[in-house]
Design a protein around this ligand. Structure first.
Ligand code: 13P
Length: 256
């Protein structure tokens, strides 16, 4: 992390876990375990139906409300979709966009990721835009080119100010939910590459101030090493964000 230029962020991605009725006990425990020192921003991205309970339970705390997806449409006849204004209305601050599970299981394209990110920014919220290569792409030496394409496509048409308000999460698909974390060196190489791509399409100042996260089997044991790297400004945490003590330890690791 380089706290001189950027804000650190630890964001939980609960994916399709946690019942509304389970939220309060979880958050009450997490609040007790959170470090007193505020060395990073904290967010939890919950399923839509769980978000009101999370909002209620986290009220007045430092935990920001996040969603895991949003519609690219403003309103109207889009059954099953949720709009940015609906998210904004309940106090949402962060929206994950283009998670590999959405790209893979719901066919989300780079163009759709870009359209959603623009909507989130217009509404004054923070998109957490996910990029990452598959194992096959890594083995074929395509990682850098793939990441460059994803970053450029996601940030297409954005001003410097808009890019600076984005968070980019580098999540290698082979490290998600597998227990197989990228080494700190691998993660740093690609997070640095993301920053270099931003420098290329925008300015050095924008690249320096954009928050870039690592995600993929990050946990209480490996967080400190990953976060010690200059270009890794925080984490997007799946499994370990479902255990309050582990999530709190990852948050505490940003104090180094
Ligand atoms: P895990 O931490 O469970 O590997 O998930 C990472 C992730 O996909 C966060 O968005």
């Amino acid at each position: 992390m380089n706290k001189k230029y950027r804000k650190a962020l630890i964001a939980g991605n609960w994916k399709m876990n946690m019942l509304p009725s389970e939220v309060k006990p979880f958050v009450d425990a997490l609040k007790l375990e959170l470090p007193k020192q505020k060395s990073c921003d904290v967010a939890i991205c919950a399923p839509f139906v769980v978000m009101p309970a999370l909002m209620k339970a986290t009220g007045g705390s430092r935990i920001g409300l996040g969603a895991q997806d949003v519609s690219a449409h403003d309103k109207g006849a889009y059954t099953g979709e949720v709009s940015v204004s609906q998210l904004k209305d309940i106090g949402t601050k962060y929206v994950i966009i283009g998670h590999s599970e959405r790209r893979q299981y719901h066919g989300e394209s780079d163009e759709l990721v870009n359209a959603k990110a623009l909507k989130v920014l217009e509404a004054g919220m923070t998109p957490i835009i996910c990029v990452g290569e598959s194992l096959d792409q890594r083995e074929r030496g395509l990682t850098l080119a793939h990441i460059e394409y994803q970053v450029k496509a996601a940030l297409y048409g954005m001003s410097e100010e808009m890019i600076r308000r984005c968070v980019i999460a580098y999540e290698p698909i082979w490290a998600i939910g597998t227990g197989k974390t990228a080494t700190a060196e691998q993660a740093e190489e690609i997070c640095g590459h993301v920053r270099a791509v931003i420098r290329k399409i925008s300015t050095a100042r924008t690249a320096r101030s954009t928050t870039i996260l690592y995600g993929g089997s990050m946990n209480a044991g490996n967080a400190a090493e990953l976060l010690s790297k200059d270009d890794i400004d925080g984490g997007l945490i799946g499994g370990a964000s479902l255990k309050s003590a582990d999530f709190a330890k990852i948050i505490a690791a940003t104090a180094q």
